[in-house]
Ligand binder design. Structure first.
Ligand code: AMP
Ligand code: ZN
Length: 474
């Protein structure tokens, strides 16, 4: 059964669920304001693997994920503009249209990566849950955890003695870190916004002094005035609504630990006096030249960028699996192409096999594979088991059945290849033969031209010492 690193205890723990045979899991979803990049998707592929491993272990998984479509400010703190409003101004459309545009890209990309996301209502939007967030803020306000400044209602972290527990950072150190961007009206540097005002003091729009052309696209009335929720409150409100409290697993990127998740815990525990989640699982960054892949550093790549360089989304999925989720994964084109090659080799091997004779995987390999995944999601070791199996002397029908059982978790789309030998049309074979002959007589122009012709028809020739191999171009 699964052993997994719990950020809360900073140890590898044996996983156990609150309800028998059921896991309730919440993942912090994307802020839909700009083109998502392959760093972001590392997180979602990891949760997808985690969910599939839990299911293979016999659990029913209730997975809830939010879409942040309001309230996430530039810089992740309480200052600056809302990321969606900023993109709306840049792209000349409304924040609502921005949210729709980038959510669609995210959902389409997730599909091409074979990531199964929750469906509505478990895929939930911050803007659809304003009332739930207001209710939660009211509870915090009534319990004395909130105070007002000129730009919003804030959570007083000094009233929550456990603040800092998740990141294991002493409160003074956290306060020091937060001081840099601190608003002088905050009581403590680590305090954070629960509700932000559209206008100072929480007043309403006033046509006598406010320019109607500069109104926020997203704002709601509240007991504290016209405004919008802070970023963190949506996750506290929606996770409780759909999963109850406490639930089993909360996931996110490592960047969420010190602020976003710490704040979620503070809000939820302060309001209801029970833990938010038992297991906190965080994925490390994808980096470029050692630095986090991020929009602000301008070092991001989209799935489309990868496609244009001949790297398919599923090769990116393979690339993620090649590293442990708690290690940084450095992106280079060489590494991405190596992942594409490895996936191609796996496909080619699988094509040559017989149709699985029975559906039972080889028990020994399947157990080894699951053992690695249950060992803190050790995907690189699980991939090594895949290759050991491919190179083993099992009969090919058994190999096919075993690979298909692995692929229920890996989700590399291998069923499209297993036992599906390529049939090469005669005219393609003829061109390939002509090209090989041109090559032998060192007629490079002719050979190049025929290679291009083949590629245009969807075929690729791999030249060897004494012959060539013809395969579908990927
Ligand atoms: P965002 O849309 O910025 O809120 O990020 C969505 C998810 O992607 C969060 O879980 C982040 O922690 C994660 N994330 C952002 N950048 C990276 C990166 N370079 N590598 C891995 N995960 C990332
Ligand atoms: Zn969250």
């Amino acid at each position: 059964m699964l052993k997994i690193w719990n950020s809360l205890s900073r140890t590898r723990e044996a996983f156990g669920s609150i309800n028998p045979n059921e896991v309730r899991m919440y993942s912090c979803g994307p802020t839909v304001y700009a083109m998502p990049h392959i760093g972001n998707y590392r997180a979602y592929v990891t949760w997808d693997i985690l969910r599939r491993v839990l299911e293979a272990d016999g659990y029913r998984v209730v997975h809830c994920m939010n879409i942040t479509d309001v309230g996430h400010l530039v810089g992740d703190g309480d200052e600056g503009q809302d990321k969606l409003q900023m993109s709306a101004e840049r792209e000349g459309i409304t924040a609502w249209e921005i949210a729709k545009r980038y959510e669609k890209i995210f959902l389409d990309d997730a599909k091409t990566l074979n990531v199964t996301l929750p469906e509505a209502p478990l895929l939930c939007h911050a803007t659809d849950h304003i009332d739930d967030q207001i209710k939660l803020i009211q509870i915090l306000d009534e319990k004395g955890f909130a105070y007002k400044t000129s730009d919003g209602l804030y959570f007083d972290t000094s009233k929550f003695p456990e603040y800092g527990k998740l990141s294991g950072q002493p409160l003074e150190e956290k306060m020091e870190g937060a001081r840099v961007e601190s608003n002088p009206e905050k009581r403590n540097p680590t305090d954070f916004a629960l509700w932000k005002f559209s206008y100072p003091g929480g007043r309403d729009f006033d046509p006598a002094q406010d320019d109607p052309g500069k109104r926020r696209h997203m704002e709601w009335p509240s007991p504290w005035g016209l405004g919008f929720p802070g970023w963190h409150i949506e996750c506290s409100a929606m996770s409780r609504k759909y999963l109850g409290q406490p639930f089993d697993i909360h996931t996110g990127g490592v960047d969420h630990i010190p602020v976003h998740h710490e704040n979620e815990v503070a809000q939820s525990v302060a309001a209801y006096s029970v833990p938010l989640a038992n297991f906190w699982i965080h994925v490390e960054f994808m980096t470029v030249d050692g630095q986090k892949m991020s929009k602000s550093l301008g070092n991001t790549y989209s799935l489309e960028d990868c496609r244009s360089k001949g790297v398919e989304p599923l090769a990116i999925r393979y690339f993620y699996l090649g590293a442990h989720y708690r290690s940084k994964l450095n992106f280079t084109w060489e590494a991405a192409k190596a992942a594409q090659n490895a996936l191609n080799n796996l496909r080619e091997a699988a094509r040559e096999w017989d149709i699985p004779t029975d559906q039972e995987p080889d028990q020994g390999f399947y157990e080894r594979f699951m053992e690695e995944l249950n060992d803190d999601l050790n995907t690189p070791a699980a991939l090594a088991v895949v290759w050991d199996m491919v190179k083993s002397d099992l009969d090919s029908g058994k190999k096919a059945a075993t690979l298909l059982s692995f692929d229920k978790i890996l989700c590399l789309g291998l069923d499209a290849y297993v036992a599906k030998p390529v049939s090469i049309p005669d005219h393609v074979k003829a061109i390939a033969q002509r090209r090989w002959e041109a090559r032998l007589r060192q007629d490079w122009n002719e050979a190049d031209q025929l290679r291009h012709e083949l590629e245009g028809m969807g075929w690729q020739m791999d030249d060897g010492q004494d012959g060539y191999k013809l395969k579908p171009k990927v």
